[in-house]
Ligand binder design. Structure first.
Ligand SMILES: [Zn+2]
Ligand SMILES: [Zn+2]
Ligand SMILES: [Zn+2]
Length: 282
């Protein structure tokens, strides 16, 4: 049976976020620290897969209990999802022949970035390119990349569906808007899209609680569907619904606080705020 371990629940900047002087980050206790979003997957054929490589790789491998993932999958090129790649190199882990699964655009960026391209020359990584809709088989289980619209200054963005023997899981840390994501799959409703993907559990983008969270910065610079909008669209969870856990929470997100009304609203409607370290058997 495959097992997924959620290795981080924070947006790219982590929690506390560097240089934030507001209450959201001033009083974060050691056991409340959240690492940027990343997922560890141990499959039945004993292959180990890391999704997104963050600068907290060391702490995250400890949470996972796995020292040498042989496969690394990247969703996209934004900083928090790739800034741990260098840790696999000579200065730190000194890994060899890690299969680096990336899209064609991401592969081009890796070749064009001197410090990453050097790691290819040194045999740390071997690039295995994927396309949206591919089904990459590991024994009886599989990983399927699917493209989703997200700011693509550097690369495109892929979510992943992991199909275990019993259950399927969607890992979707970032996307811009539900309108764009759903319409790119010919869907109008989130439920309709999830049905089409044939998934049971979803880790999805919960960056912001509301539209107004980024005071002083335009939300249009960093678009993400706010959780309040996602749950308004979904309504209360039905027994037949996918289990949703919100991930990729910005440091400003009130969902970090279990006593907030935002947190209580999400949970009372039957949805979940993800917990760092949680495991799901697939
Ligand atoms: Zn991100
Ligand atoms: Zn903060
Ligand atoms: Zn992003």
């Amino acid at each position: 049976m495959a097992e997924a371990t959620l290795l981080g629940i924070a947006q790219d900047g982590g929690r506390p976020q560097p240089s934030c002087q507001k209450p959201c980050c001033m009083d974060v206790k050691p056991d409340e620290v959240a690492y940027p979003t990343s997922l560890g997957l141990s499959m039945s054929d004993e292959s180990n897969h890391l999704f997104d490589a963050t600068r907290n790789l060391g702490e995250q491998l400890k949470i996972w209990g796995e020292n040498n993932p042989k496969h690394v999958w990247l969703t996209h090129a934004h900083f928090g999802h790739v800034d741990g790649l260098g840790l696999f190199g000579r200065e730190t882990i000194g890994a060899k022949d890690i299969k680096l699964h990336v899209s064609q655009k991401m592969a081009e960026l890796i070749h064009a970035t001197p410090q990453w391209s050097l790691m290819l020359d040194q045999g740390v990584f071997e690039i295995i390119p994927f396309k949206t809709g591919d089904i990459i088989q590991f024994g009886t289980e599989s990983i399927e990349p699917i493209i989703v619209p997200h700011r693509d200054e550097l690369s495109d963005m892929h979510a992943f569906i992991i199909r275990g023997e019993n259950k399927s899981l969607l890992y979707l840390p970032d996307h811009d808007t539900w309108e764009e994501t759903l319409s790119s799959y010919g869907c109008k409703l989130i439920r309709e899209w999830f049905d089409k993907l044939e998934i049971d559990t979803a880790f999805i983008d919960g960056t912001f609680w509301s539209q107004h969270e980024l005071s002083g910065r335009l939300q249009s610079e960093v678009p993400h569907p706010p959780v309040s909008q996602t749950i308004a669209h979904l309504g209360t969870r039905l027994p037949s619904d996918v289990e949703i856990h919100f991930i990729h929470l910005n440091h400003t997100n009130p969902l970090y606080d279990k006593s907030s009304s935002a947190f209580r609203t999400v949970e009372s409607m039957g949805w979940k705020v993800a917990v760092q370290g949680m495991k799901i058997k697939l």
